[in-house]
Design a protein around this ligand. Structure first.
Ligand SMILES: O=C(O)Cc1cc(O)ccc1O
Ligand SMILES: [Fe+2]
Length: 441
């Protein structure tokens, strides 16, 4: 990876917190004190504001940062269309989506993976809403075997929540460098340039491209002032910039559902100092403080919400990011796996590692499932039988990490996902053995 070309005051150190006023300088004296845009910024840097919310967004939601850089972002060549036909945007309502449970087996790593970087490795599985309307999300898988080196990705259509499933990624951003392993996640704000390096070789994972309101921590209500994902466990990078040596860069921008490419004479990772509350963040799901039932019954999975992107209707998310981490099950006289249910929200699920208790055999790490709104689903026959007869001793669900992107909007799989050989055409078989065992007469 090319972090050898990165100068940082504390390499791969982080600043902790979610949405606080971070401040970091890679060279001492690069931040102007107590003001944002002095007549001449320190060290002859350019001051540039990056707004993540409208100028006039309520103070509680308002996100912006000030970047002090060697050249402003406007210094770039002209953009030309860039072909990446697998990355699609918004729900295609001409696609007929069967109202039934769907599941995809993990895709094999392609033979040509060594030639595929993060940008070219994105494959859209499904999407809803519309990036221009700033509603909905795109759900993608990525697989990459090549570092982006002198390519940078800038997504104007949405923020990117990346969930590596296999293989570490080192993400260089305008604000600094973040090292993200499976089990951790990274949230890259809309518009922030970044590139992905692969220190351990091939990486594969899931992406939620959020066209809507930024992900934030959920309200805690009666849980109180601690718990679930704690703000202090989110890590923003410290300022770091690339030394110029090896010539130009390619900027790849996602804008209006299309990708575009422009040459740049020098690295966009040229921010010497920055301050503000808009920043890429990583989070280790091992720090999630899980709440569960300590009496009886299986609670709603909203207790596992890490981040939520609200819609205009309170409590009805554009998208919730929910995890099912290792935890104890202690409930008495309770069917402990997820119940059978139909949900007005639509559920995309992925599995980082281990087994998911509702589908111990059929759902594999790197696979995916879709239970759209009002599509009935629940434990497969094996899970039902086991859980109906298990001795209800305290039980640790260990070595497992499943997650859900849950949205109020129907997910529309891409035609490629519907036609894919990985689509499990026998998914319904996992429930056919659930007999009518009614004992009443
Ligand atoms: O369908 C699923 O497996 C996800 C899920 C888990 C759970 O514990 C309760 C409801 C729910 O949708
Ligand atoms: Fe569900």
């Amino acid at each position: 990876m090319d972090s050898s070309r990165i100068t940082a005051n504390r390499p791969l150190a982080y600043q902790s917190g979610f949405g606080n006023e971070y401040a970091s300088e890679a060279v001492e004296g690069a931040l102007p004190g107590g003001r944002n845009s002095p007549q001449r910024a320190p060290l002859e840097l350019y001051a540039e504001q990056l707004s993540g919310t409208a100028f006039t967004a309520p103070r509680r939601d308002n996100r912006r940062s000030w970047l002090y850089r060697r050249q402003p972002s406007v210094v770039a060549g002209r953009y030309a269309p860039y072909a990446q036909p697998h990355w699609q945007t918004g729900g295609d309502r001409d696609i007929a989506v069967p109202p039934e449970p769907m599941r995809w087996h993990p895709a094999a790593i392609p033979a040509e993976v060594a030639d595929i970087d993060f940008i070219d490795g994105v494959r859209t599985m499904m999407a809803n809403g519309d990036a221009d309307a700033q509603i909905g999300v795109g759900v993608h898988m990525y697989v990459a075997g090549r570092c982006m080196e002198r390519r940078a990705l800038i997504n104007a259509d949405g923020e990117m929540l990346i969930v590596p499933q296999q293989g570490r990624i080192v993400v260089t951003t305008e604000m600094g460098v973040l090292d993200v392993s499976p089990g951790e996640i990274i949230l890259v704000p809309r518009g922030v340039a970044f590139k992905v390096a692969l220190p351990d070789g091939v990486s594969r994972g899931y992406i939620c491209e959020n066209y809507g309101a930024q992900f934030r921590l959920p309200e805690l209500g009666p849980i109180g002032s601690n718990g679930l994902a704690n703000a202090r466990d989110f890590m923003a990078p410290v300022a770091a910039f690339e030394h110029e040596s090896a010539g130009g860069y390619e900027l790849v921008k996602k804008f209006g559902g299309r990708l575009w490419s422009a040459p740049a004479k020098s690295s966009p990772f040229n921010v010497v100092a920055w301050h503000g509350n808009l920043a890429p963040l990583k989070y280790d799901t091992a720090n999630f403080m899980t709440i569960g039932s300590i009496s009886f019954d299986h609670p709603d999975p909203s207790i596992f919400t890490v981040l939520t992107s609200p819609s205009d209707t309170p409590g009805t998310a554009n998208c919730d990011f929910v995890i099912f981490p290792p935890r104890w099950l202690v409930m008495e006289d309770t069917f402990r796996p997820p119940w059978y249910h139909r949900n007005v929200m639509s559920e995309f699920m992925g599995l980082v590692y281990g087994e998911y208790d509702a589908k111990p055999g059929g759902f594999k790490p790197g696979g995916a499932s879709l239970h759209n709104l009002m599509v009935p689903h629940g434990p497969d026959e094996e899970a039902f039988d086991k859980a109906s007869h298990a001795a209800l001793a305290p039980q640790k669900l260990d070595h497992t990490l499943a997650f859900m992107f849950e949205s109020r909007y129907r997910f529309i799989p891409t035609q490629a996902a519907l036609d894919s050989p990985e689509l499990d055409r026998d998914y319904a078989e996992c429930w056919v053995g659930l007999k009518d065992q009614f004992g009443g007469r």
